[in-house]
Design a protein around this ligand. Sequence first.
Ligand code: SF4
Length: 82
Amino acid sequence: MANKENKHSKNVEGKWYTTDPDDDSGEGCIACNVCYNGAPDFFGEDDDGNAFISKQPSTDEEIELCQEQLDACPVGSIGSDA
Ligand code: SF4
């Protein structure tokens, strides 16, 4: 489960977030490309290739798309419980 105490600083405010790559718990983003390739309207890429939420999903379809990225993230770096 993503650590909401260590969010990426570029996340837009809202329920969805990604965690900082330096998260000590080991759940930080490893810049694997999955989420911002899978849902580029909602996940951005910072200068180091790490992901952040650029837009919060609102419709059921958008939430489902983001949930797919959450489920696919290899390190549990995406959360939706902020
Ligand atoms: S899927 Fe996870 S590890 Fe990969 S870029 Fe997105 S947040 Fe980072």
